[in-house]
Write a protein that binds this ligand. Structure first.
Ligand code: UDP
Ligand code: MG
Length: 314
């Protein structure tokens, strides 16, 4: 049986998006209105320095479906989305950028998938238009690196454009870690996922608000938040160094038995051995730190996604 959608929430982070917001509201309304259900559009002003908030106020006064949130300063895209998710009250919510790079028309297909029973419907970029070669290349490499490093099955080439069932959003809302990588969090919950392909268009107006620094921070959050491999890598490099040094010491002994003794190579070999041991133990410490880090994040141990029998429902 298909699920019925009573209310859909759209969560829209916006940072210095005054040019594009009116256009955005018009286009997303044209998509949400025909769905035939109640809906809300939550615009989160992430501490913009232009007139974004004024534009949001105007949009709110024109349409009662639109709501606004404003941050005191710029907290970053991931936190803006989080605030919008916390405020959302729909049976499902869609996270969508304000710059029209994620076409609102795709929401129709996402809702269909949700009705079929999928809890996370993520937009998968078939093609990226109007983005620099540098961005495309780094994105391509990054998603693959992330996949090889993290134990969580984070789908390749997907951004934050996605539809989330209320249950998924609730669980994500309970994870209050500061360095958030939302696409990782939604995969981590383990609810059923399904992709919807789309072409990522050029920005409708304005420039990218993701500076290289912000991009780098997000990339690090993705890897560090979902993998302890970088920490334990020291162990293997150190172990390798010890192995190599021991082997070369044997070779040295053989050579010196034939050619006569000299102190310097032994000193060097000892130095390498010490360095290797230090590195290896740093790796061991890393393994402990990684576990402490995991605990400090205080995520729930498991999540019950369904209950049998209505009387058991909390
Ligand atoms: N954004 C935000 N806070 C920031 C940076 C970006 O809320 O600090 C918003 C921005 O307004 C847009 C979305 O996040 O709606 C994606 O940003 P952008 O389009 O600049 O990133 P890109 O698509 O270039 O990766
Ligand atoms: Mg964009």
């Amino acid at each position: 049986m298909k699920r019925e959608l009573n209310k859909l929430s759209a969560v829209v982070p916006a940072y210095n998006e005054q040019e594009v917001l009116p256009m955005f509201c018009e286009r997303i309304t044209a998509v949400l209105e025909p769905l035939g259900c109640d809906y809300e559009i939550i615009l989160v002003d992430d501490g913009s320095r232009d007139d974004t908030w004024k534009v949001i106020l105007e949009e709110c006064s024109k349409d009662s479906h639109i709501r606004g949130l404003r941050f005191a300063r710029n907290f970053g895209h991931q936190l803006a989305v989080t605030a919008g998710m916390d405020a959302a009250s729909g049976d499902a919510l869609v996270v969508i950028d304000a710059d029209l790079q994620d076409p609102p028309e795709v929401i129709v297909e996402m809702v269909e998938k949700w009705k079929e029973g999928f809890d996370v419907v993520y937009g998968k970029r078939k093609k990226r238009e109007g983005e620099t070669l540098f961005k495309k290349l780094t994105a391509f490499m990054y998603y693959r690196l992330l996949k090889s490093m993290s134990g969580t099955a984070i789908p390749l080439d997907t951004g934050d454009f996605r539809l989330l069932d209320k249950r998924v959003a609730d669980v994500m809302g309970k994870m209050r870690e500061h360095n958030r990588f939302l696409r990782g969090l939604s995969a981590w919950t383990g609810f059923s996922q399904c992709p919807v392909e789309y072409v990522r268009h050029e920005r409708a107006a304005g420039k990218t608000k993701y500076t290289l620094k912000k991009m780098f921070k997000l990339a690090a959050d993705g890897i560090i938040g979902y993998s302890s491999k970088p920490l334990t890598m020291a162990f293997f490099i150190g172990g390798g160094a010890i192995g190599l040094t021991l082997a070369s010491m044997v070779a040295l002994l053989v050579v010196q038995l034939i050619n006569g003794f000299s102190l310097l190579p032994w000193l060097l070999a000892l130095l390498f051995l010490l360095c290797g041991t230090t590195l290896a133990f740093m790796g061991v410490i890393g393994a402990y730190v990684a576990r402490i880090y995991d605990e400090a994040k205080n995520r729930p141990l498991y999540i019950i996604s369904e209950h049998a029998g209505t009387e058991l429902q909390p």
